[in-house]
Design a protein around this ligand. Structure first.
Ligand code: IMP
Length: 366
């Protein structure tokens, strides 16, 4: 059963987009299985650069069908903006070209506002989230109070569910910071309008995929973020709230365990991270500027989603071995080797002297 999964082996931003572009040339379906618009996949084709946050980047190939799996939290505003921007680049995302799982969760402006309030309340212990509302949206999902995309199909109940959701988040925000309450009516109106456009895209992605795999069609699952940001296996609590590792593809798309053929890990020839948390091989000053770039090139190390300069450091093989273990990689792609040109010496971490260089994650060194 031909499901190929592309996973980041670091803290995201490994350059997965170019590997996706290569492999989606021979895929029938391209699918996202985790995260939300915290992700940013940059793909440059000829003169055109596409920056995608929710839509699988493989849709740039006209023969593919894009799928948004149940494992995502979907911000409809971002999704519609992305559909529009692809249209302006000549790629028409119709409901035939993109299918969204009814079981994916909706991420609302209230989730974003709560993310910002929680981060500011954390003060020095802030996670450095992308402020896209990811944590609060997954919290609602896990606490069984979230709103699924499928609820957009029932106009009246949807509107009530959104208003209740905003009221609950208003109370949560009021307990954290002072400020004006969010306008439940306006948010529900906005989402109702978006629902009207998105309804034809909503379907049962799990059943489409299972049938496609049984026919022998090729599916490419694009992991967002990376292994070290995985909720369970990453550098907790400095992680995202989803499962970017390979097993997440099965849960986040609703397909059986036997269908994975390849697990392609992507690593940069050095290491980067945005946000707070441990980084054993981090470097600073002019060396950091060499690895990061100045921001003039699309491949320079500045967040696709937030524009933040990324922290940079040497390649860490302790972490790469760990990512291999967690994901069961069948192969590995190394990106951005050219950036190391002109550096002498080039360093690579092969072991840690300190038994616990990453608080809370002693398992990394095994
Ligand atoms: P959140 O996913 O916005 O909650 O952020 C949690 C952590 O994951 C923060 O350190 C973010 O910087 C990081 N993060 C989330 N998405 C990405 C990504 O696509 N690339 C790199 N880091 C990410």
């Amino acid at each position: 059963m031909p499901l190929d999964v592309i996973v980041g082996t670091q803290w995201g931003d490994e350059g997965k987009g170019r590997v996706v572009d290569l492999l989606s040339a021979r895929a029938d379906f391209v699918a996202r299985y985790n995260g939300g618009d915290n992700a940013g996949h940059t793909v440059t084709v000829g003169e055109q650069t596409f920056k995608l946050h929710l839509i699988p980047s493989g849709v740039i190939h006209p023969h593919t069908t894009g799928l948004i799996g149940n494992g995502l939290v979907v911000n409809p505003t971002t999704l519609l903006e992305e559909i529009q921007s692809l249209k302006e680049s000549g790629i028409n995302i119709t409901p035939e070209r993109l299918r969204i799982s009814f079981a994916a969760h909706i991420l609302t402006p209230a989730h974003r506002a709560l993310d910002a309030a929680q981060e500011s309340a954390r003060g020095k212990r802030a996670i450095g989230t992308t402020l896209r509302g990811i944590g609060p949206a997954y919290t609602d999902k896990v606490s069984r109070s979230g709103i699924r995309i499928g609820q957009m199909l029932d106009e009246q109940n949807f509107s009530n569910a959104v208003k209740e959701h905003v009221a609950v988040i208003n109370t949560q925000i009021k307990n954290i910071i002072k400020g004006d309450a969010l306008d439940a009516h306006a948010i529900s109106k906005q989402l109702e309008n978006q629902a009207q456009i998105l309804r034809p895209f909503i379907t049962d992605v799990s059943s489409i995929l299972t049938a496609a795999l049984a026919r022998g069609q090729r599916v490419l699952a694009e992991g967002a973020q990376g292994t070290l940001l995985d909720l369970d296996h990453g550098s907790y609590p400095f992680v995202t709230s989803s499962t970017p590792t390979a097993a997440g593809a099965l849960v986040g798309l609703g397909v059986g365990v036997g269908c994975i053929e390849r697990v392609v890990g992507v690593t940069k020839a050095f290491q980067t991270r945005v946000g707070a948390g441990p980084f054993p091989t981090e470097v600073f000053d002019h060396l950091a500027t060499h690895l990061r770039g100045t921001g003039e090139q699309p491949w320079d190390e500045f967040g696709t989603t937030t524009g933040r300069p990324r922290r940079v450091g040497w390649l860490d093989l302790v972490l790469l071995r760990y990512a291999n273990r967690i994901n069961g990689l069948t192969e590995l792609t190394v990106t951005k080797l050219d950036i190391l040109s002109g550096l002498n010496p080039i360093k690579i971490a092969v072991a840690y002297k300190d038994k616990h260089p990453t608080a809370g994650s002693p398992h990394w060194s095994s």
